[in-house]
Design a protein around this ligand. Structure first.
Ligand code: ARG
Length: 564
């Protein structure tokens, strides 16, 4: 149920009825229960325009308000309107939501093709923590848009092109064909190859020669290159699998995929006068104090930006995307700003295509420094995830309630969930501190708290053992608030998807779980002596709460367990 939209419609109708000729202002969520469920501040904002006291305007609006959703509208202070929603209307909506697989969330009327560019690891190295945020935020965004009905095309823009591959294949060749095993530890392989490159000038020359050979399509060098990419991609897939991320090989559109289009892109930029020559290179200039975007080097080579321009063209014109979201580190903001502006200027994408850089901050250690191993190296993502699972085992062992077999099965859900939730629950545009203790705590806004709340509710429902029925009856303020919170799900999801803010969902879920716990503390369900109709109603609230938590976490790529 789109609560806000319905309330805004009721307000707009009231304007019309009261003869207020102004663009309706939207409702706000009320911060405190005493301000009602939603607060309307529109009368204040209208005062100047209508040359009338806000309270009088508020009175006119209230007198004309007529919606089954609104039980009471109270004027407060200088002209706020506190809106109290109707239990009857809410109950009916909640009952409907409970029996719907989508929990009452409508599919978009006009779905679009949405490209989400995320993960994008570089193939010469193993995935490191720098790619964690992109991978999980991007996956959450893709899931949310897909659930709302868009046709989502996931694009994994892997870095499989560049001079370092000359060095890697020269080294692979030197080790001999049978040595692909040495690629198992890609980091060590890279280091060894780099050492050869630095120490032996003949090797370095060969590496450079191989770069040219890959680029000119030499079959043998390309075969070696493909082998490196394949193994490297295998490493990534191991990470995706462990993370429970939906990316597959079909989603890979590597940098090299766009190679054949690069000359054409530069040509277009030149003919349109968007790119101009400067010291032999092709550049796009912006402001005076802004570094230009280089699209072709003096030696004819293409760059990261050129590939991104080709990818943009492809996404807009071949995939027909109407929204293209790049889930990439905030440090690439300038790059995307310039790439988007260039693409628009050159007409590579139409005006009707939304281009957005979904920027995120850095994951840091407790001292605010970029996350590193104890030795100061980059942390391999796979090691971090394995550690999460080990730590999850310890955390649940401490509670002493599970046998070994149970611990094995739930540790992965808990550990991976903790890492993902800790990340997604932070505003993505901020840096955040990676803290094992905090993320594996049963308290606070954590995955474990949410998973525990879910399992707790499921255990109540299991104990009851039957499907509850009848009406949802509101007996007190806590039930009312829980009901409103449950029905705010669709608004929250829409907003989270629109702004690409997974943290809106985690905040919502945390509020929901906390509210449920409070409700449950005061309103017994299975206890003897509870009126049967009330019991049935509370069971339904519990059921919808569990379903909402599971769906919300699921969209974020976080699993739940039935017992915890
Ligand atoms: N490979 C890049 C990196 O590691 C990320 C790619 C992001 N996507 C894009 N279309 N540029 O920084």
């Amino acid at each position: 149920m789109r609560l806000k939209e319905q309330l805004n419609r009721a307000i707009a109708d009231a304007y019309a009825k009261a003869g207020i000729e102004a663009t309706p202002i939207s409702v706000n969520e009320a911060g405190k229960p005493e301000f009602g469920d939603y607060q309307y501040n529109g009368a204040m904002a209208l005062a100047k325009q209508l040359k009338q006291a806000p309270r009088e305007i508020a009175e006119r609006i209230v007198a004309s308000l007529d919606s089954p959703l609104i039980a009471k509208a109270e004027i407060a202070g200088p002209g706020f309107i506190n809106l109290h929603l109707s239990d009857v209307a809410l109950s009916a909506a909640a009952q409907e939501a409970r029996s719907d697989e989508r929990l009452g969330v409508a599919l978009k009327h006009e779905p679009i093709v949405a490209v989400v560019d995320y993960s994008g690891p570089n193939m010469a190295k193993e995935m490191h923590v720098g790619h964690l945020r992109s991978t999980i935020i991007g996956d959450a965004l893709a899931n949310m848009l897909e659930f709302l009905g868009d046709e989502v095309i996931r694009q994994n823009h892997i870095g499989d092109w560049g001079t370092q591959f000359g060095m890697l294949i020269a080294y692979l060749e030197e080790l001999g064909e049978a040595q692909t095993d040495s690629l198992r530890d890609l980091e060590a392989f890279y280091r060894a190859a780099k050492q050869r490159f630095d120490e032996d000038s003949a090797f370095a020359d060969k590496a450079r020669e191989y770069v040219v050979k890959i680029q000119s399509g030499d079959a043998r060098c390309l075969a070696l290159w493909r082998r490196v990419i394949n193994i490297s991609l295998g490493h990534c897939e191991e990470v995706y699998e462990k993370l429970g991320v939906s990316l597959t090989r079909e989603d890979v559109r590597a940098e090299s995929f766009y190679n054949e289009h690069l000359p054409e892109i530069v040509q277009t930029l030149k003919t349109q006068g968007v790119a101009t020559e400067s010291e032999g290179a092709q550049c796009v200039f912006f402001g005076e104090d802004e570094a230009p975007l280089i699209v072709q080097k003096a030696d004819g080579g293409y760059l990261y930006a050129t590939t991104d321009l080709a990818a943009l063209w492809y996404r807009a014109n071949v995939l027909h995307a109407k929204r293209i979201s790049y889930v990439v580190d905030a440090r690439q903001s300038q790059h995307f700003k310039q790439v988007f502006a260039t693409a628009r200027k050159a007409g590579l994408v139409g005006e009707d295509v939304l281009l957005e850089h979904i920027a995120f901050g850095t994951m840091t250690d407790k001292n605010g420094k970029p996350f590193k191993t104890r030795e100061g190296g980059t942390v391999k993502l796979i090691d971090l995830l394995n550690e999460a699972i080990v730590r999850a085992k310890e955390a649940i062992k401490k509670s002493g309630e599970y046998d070994e077999a149970e611990i094995e099965t739930i540790a992965k859900t808990i550990g991976i969930g903790a890492v993902k939730y800790a990340d997604l629950s932070m505003r993505r545009d901020m840096n955040y501190v990676f803290d094992w203790e905090k993320m594996l705590s049963f308290e606070g806004n954590t995955a474990l708290y949410m998973q525990y709340a879910y399992a707790r509710i499921r255990s109540i429902l299991r104990k009851y053992g039957k499907a509850p029925e009848g009406e949802i009856i509101v007996t007190d303020a806590l039930e009312h608030r829980l009901l409103v919170q449950l029905l705010r799900f669709e608004d929250t999801l829409l907003e989270a998807a629109q702004k690409a803010m997974p943290s809106y969902i985690t905040s919502y879920l945390y509020e929901l779980a906390t509210l449920f716990m409070k409700f449950y503390e005061h309103n017994p369900i299975l206890k003897e002596g509870v009126d049967e109709k009330v019991r049935q109603s509370r069971l339904q609230l519990a059921d919808l709460s569990a379903k909402t938590i599971k769906l919300g976490l699921g969209l974020l790529g976080i699993e739940t367990v039935e017992r915890l």
